[in-house]
Design a protein around this ligand. Structure first.
Ligand code: GLU
Length: 483
């Protein structure tokens, strides 16, 4: 049987980084097995819908390289799979369970349910529907239940959980899992407005869409026994479940905004490469079994397996992600990066923005930054001639420094096409310049950088001077003398 998996987001907000990882694992697993990955929109909870959220989520998924074979925005005859368009179907299946005695009518008002929860809280018991104490077809009797239904009284349909037995299933990540029937709530399947809950719609769809593996976040694990009971009640074979570990903050709390970005679009805006983010996220909770850290999407597809997904929560290491992005930055063609950076440079009003020059600047400085956009500030002295003012401290080290003035003078007069193009000639000139003022060459390079760039740190100085050229360097050195 060929593998069919689904990513089933609810359009209640933008795409969380954890959801991207779930989607990615589904995609990698499907592609590894030559199977199908579908997108299904689970919008049963009408109160939590956020306008435009689904479009944004799909955009983020596509940006990160996760594409679906079936579902919304996919050509061909499959999809869109949107649960709100299938409500009648879930109702029919819900009613089928009432007929087969696997589900039942309950007529409790919200006040009655609140009172039940308060009683349970006061008694220190976990909140759970108390079937024998509430108003349902068992406690009020079939006749009364029928009378209420005939009167169109508000009601829901609940799953009849077999209290005295255990629910067992095998999870591809967590191994054998057992829940006692006593722990499982008589879950509402159809709400009083006739709409299904997540649980009913999810199981019906997974069955009808012939899903073979349900790969989802660990937070859904407590829902799974309810789903297993539903499969049993319908007489369907359940899929293989795989609950992937939570993403954690560095302090091991559940990943949240307090520690940094959590929405995929924030990562995109920040300037992360989609390939770097996908690579990084794939490694949060899955290990390839080797030391390899860099994977293209094709390599991830080849290497991915559920057996290597960890049980333990995965710490989301922002620092490592930044580093990884920097590594991706080093592998990109500078010409392509230059195209990407140009609009920013133009908006900022820089003068030296010829694509070939920008590409050379990127090639020179990318070792020192993690994001392409950082190149702009890091190398602003290359893109323009207006230098940021020297700090007082820095200025004090160079102004009125007689030895430095002598060394710079020698350097200035030796500056020509040869000494800026040829590293040996440049070294020779630097040495001679320093010695002419009785300085060590090492002690000369730092103030020379300050004079030329107004920065204490920067990219390789020879490379910088080469890119500036004789004329621009000359102007800056002259400005130093006249300051
Ligand atoms: N709609 C659920 C969610 O928002 C899907 C959970 C599942 O994959 O079953 O995550």
């Amino acid at each position: 049987m060929s593998v069919r998996v689904r990513f089933a987001p609810s359009p209640t907000g933008f795409l969380h980084i954890g959801s991207l990882r779930t989607a990615l694992y589904n995609y990698l697993f499907a592609k590894h097995h030559g199977g199908t990955c579908i997108l299904r929109i689970e919008d049963t909870d009408r109160t939590r819908l956020v306008e435009g959220a689904m479009e944004e989520q799909i955009k983020s998924l596509e940006w990160a390289g996760v594409v679906f074979d079936e579902g919304p925005h996919v050509g061909g005859s499959h999809g869109p799979y949107t649960q709100s368009e299938r409500f009648d179907l879930y109702r029919q299946y819900g009613m089928q369970l009432v007929k087969s005695d696997a589900a039942y009518y309950a007529f409790d008002t919200s006040e009655e349910l609140d009172a039940m929860r308060q009683r349970q809280q006061a008694a220190g018991i976990a909140p759970k529907y108390d079937r024998s104490a509430m108003r349902n077809q068992f406690t009020i009797g079939e006749h009364e239940a029928q009378r209420l239904l005939d009167e169109n009284a508000q009601h829901v349909i609940r799953l009849k959980v077999p209290i005295h037995s255990d629910v067992r299933f095998h999870d591809a990540v967590r191994g054998d899992v057992v829940f006692s029937g006593r722990e499982i709530d008589d879950q509402i399947l159809l709400k009083s407005d006739g709409f299904p809950t997540y649980h009913l719609a999810n199981v019906v769809d997974d069955h009808l869409m012939e899903i073979t593996h349900v790969i989802r976040a660990e937070e859904w694990l407590p829902s799974t026994p309810k789903h297993v009971l539903l499969y049993e009640a319908f007489g369907w074979t359940p899929p293989t479940f795989a609950h992937v570990p939570l993403l954690l903050n560095p302090d091991r709390s559940k990943m949240s905004k307090r520690h940094g970005d959590v929405m995929v679009q924030d990562f995109a805006k920040k300037g992360f490469f989609p390939e770097a983010l996908a690579n990084f996220v794939a490694l949060c909770g899955w290990n390839p079994g080797t030391d390899t850290e860099f994977f293209s999407m094709t390599e991830l597809i080849e290497a991915f397996s559920l057996e290597r997904v960890n049980k333990a929560g995965a710490v989301f290491d922002y620092q490592k992600l930044h580093w990884m992005n920097g590594e991706y930055l080093k592998t990109r063609a500078p010409e392509v990066l230059a195209e990407e950076l140009l609009p920013t440079l133009v908006t900022r009003g820089f003068e030296y923005v010829q694509p070939a020059f920008v590409a050379s600047v990127i090639a020179l400085v990318r070792e020192r930054v993690h994001f392409l956009q950082d190149v702009t500030d890091f190398a602003d002295y290359l893109f323009g001639d207006v230098l940021s003012p020297l700090s007082e401290e820095a200025a004090a080290t160079i102004t009125g420094n007689e030895a430095l003035i002598t060394a710079v003078q020698t350097f200035r007069s030796g500056l020509n096409d040869e000494t800026i193009e040829n590293l040996d000639a440049f070294k020779e000139l630097s040495k001679n310049s320093a010695e002419s003022a009785g300085m060590k060459v090492g002690a000369f390079m730092k103030p020379l950088r300050l004079v030329l760039t107004h920065r204490e740190v920067g990219a390789d100085l020879f490379g910088t001077i080469k890119l500036l050229g004789v004329q621009r360097c000359g102007f800056r050195l002259d400005a130093f003398f006249s300051s």
